[in-house]
Design a protein around this ligand. Structure first.
Ligand SMILES: [Zn+2]
Ligand SMILES: [Zn+2]
Ligand SMILES: [Zn+2]
Length: 223
């Protein structure tokens, strides 16, 4: 497991709408599918363990015998690492943007995990964690798995996160200094009522301004 490849992290804040629409329809079903179970159709066959998935049919786990009815379809193979489902980067990245998802080297192939997996105890001296499940990660990654990336880039999750931050700011009542004032403006959302008289003027001033107003900061600091 060596870091360094895929050194992204800067690109993560794109237009939100684009992000919400960009997941292919097969992805959620894929993440919910149970693999490495006996094939119901080919129970009598020797090698009937289901470790394939058809991106075109999206009809659950397939065994190698099933594949004969999926010729010309986009098939991916699921592998296992310590009882967790993984997929080779070389296979999935043709169909999916896995930027920000931590990759591992297993059996000399680069892989990503499909779903988050519980971490029994937090690592020591961890500086970077999955934005969703807080599993410890190498520095250049944002998510531990494809599943966490879907959650973490969803509008709902981000709004929740933003609100949480805004609440934290609001509880520090009044404006203390330049830095906190800036932050306050930045995390201000229209749904948050102006909490005190102190903020009345600034709140009023903010009203007509779109929340990304470039004139934030400096103007608002007045006692
Ligand atoms: Zn089968
Ligand atoms: Zn198919
Ligand atoms: Zn995670």
């Amino acid at each position: 497991m060596v870091g360094g490849f895929n050194g992204e992290g800067v690109v993560r804040e794109k237009e939100e709408e684009e992000e919400n629409n960009k997941w292919p329809s097969w992805l959620q079903p894929l993440l919910k599918t149970r693999f490495f179970v006996q094939c119901k159709v080919h129970a009598d066959s020797h090698k009937s363990e289901c470790n394939m998935y058809c991106l075109d049919c999206v009809n659950g786990a397939l065994c190698s015998a099933c594949l004969s009815s999926h010729k010309e379809h986009r098939i991916i193979q699921i592998r296992r690492s310590s009882y967790h489902d993984v997929i080779r980067v070389s296979e999935i990245q043709k169909f999916l943007d896995i930027t920000g998802v931590q990759t591992y080297i297993i059996n000399s192939a680069k892989i990503v995990f499909l779903n988050e997996r519980p971490q029994p105890r937090p690592g020591k001296g961890v500086t970077n964690t999955c934005q969703v499940c807080e599993r410890s990660l190498l520095d250049s990654f944002n998510f531990c798995s494809l599943g966490c990336k879907i959650v973490g880039t969803s509008k709902k999750f981000r709004n929740k996160k933003m609100l949480g931050e805004a609440d934290g700011e609001e509880s520090v009542n009044g404006i203390r200094n330049n830095a906190s004032a800036r932050k306050k403006i930045h995390s201000f959302t229209p749904s948050t009522p102006p909490p005190t008289v102190v903020n009345y003027r600034t709140a009023k001033r903010r009203k007509g301004i779109p929340h990304r107003a470039p004139m934030g900061g400096g103007l608002i600091i007045e006692y």
